[in-house]
Design a protein around this ligand. Structure first.
Ligand code: NI
Length: 268
């Protein structure tokens, strides 16, 4: 991976080939003459030192990204950090991790078993950030058990290391009055939105409004069967200026907490 663009393109290819709705929404916007700017790319992981936030951030730090905000999600037992590039045209990177030690012993045992299968060679690989599931498939029964406790843990067990979502920056769009109107067009085009906590998370006073599609389902391999489970979603973000006139660049924990539920089909 020689350039940041190359890395982002590989991540987009992987993400959009799994998440056809992102590809179609992309095309829908382009057909309206829109130029799409990517606000952020999000990743998930478990907080083992070998594969935690710090490790997932490495390929981005190599291209000049710097750690900015930190976020806690106590209910979901998650910690997250976001990274920014000195060239603001590059997307923010948002990496979260499950605080495994706060979960049940059963969950700990399962995900430790997955993380153990990740080798140093896997982590050192150029394409680690887009390597997907680096462990043998779990059973569908184990998936459902994980999901009962942590939808996040279950998603990670199935999809592994890859972009969980890309995000369209609303501010760069020219043919929509507001995020409400944008959302309506997305829904009218056949893409249901995540309505947990309302379709739009955050307010202009929070300086960030976000919405997202519900993850569409894909067929994946389990140890004894193939099953259809929610995969990735597409997110939309509108940023507002701070007192100094510059656009707010961080994230709002309360809103992100609900956005995480875009991969939870029980909540739809
Ligand atoms: Ni996001």
């Amino acid at each position: 991976m020689k350039t940041l663009n190359e890395l982002i393109n590989i991540l987009w290819e992987d993400y959009s080939s799994m998440n056809q709705q992102a590809k179609r929404i992309h095309e829908l916007l382009k057909a309206r003459g829109e130029n799409i700017i990517n606000d952020h790319i999000a990743f998930r992981t478990y907080n083992f030192p070998k594969i935690g936030v710090d490790v997932l951030a490495l390929p981005f730090k190599r291209f000049g990204y710097k750690a900015k905000g930190e976020y806690g999600f106590p209910d979901k037992k998650l910690y997250a950090r976001h990274y920014e590039h000195p060239d603001e045209r590059n997307p923010r990177i948002f990496i979260s991790e499950l605080k495994v030690q706060e979960c049940s012993k059963d969950l700990q045992k399962i995900v430790e078993g997955l993380a153990q299968q990740v080798t140093d060679k896997d982590v050192a690989d150029d394409r680690f950030i887009v390597s997907g599931r680096l462990w043998s498939p779990i059973s569908y029964k184990t998936y459902l058990k994980l999901k009962e406790e942590s939808e996040y843990a279950a998603w990670m067990a199935v999809f592994g290391f890859r972009a969980n979502h890309f995000t369209v920056l609303f501010n760069a769009l020219k043919t929509f009055k507001d995020l409400q109107e944008f959302n309506q067009v997305i829904k009218d085009s056949g893409y249901p939105l995540n309505s947990a906590g309302g379709e739009i998370k955050g307010t202009p006073q929070d300086l960030l409004e976000q919405s997202s599609t519900l993850a569409h389902s894909v067929e994946v391999e389990f140890s004894e069967s193939r099953e259809t489970v929610p995969a990735c979603y597409y997110e939309f973000a509108r940023r507002y200026p701070k007192a100094d006139g510059k656009l707010f660049s961080g994230f709002i924990s309360q809103s992100a907490d609900k956005i995480f539920e875009s991969t939870d089909n029980k909540k739809s």
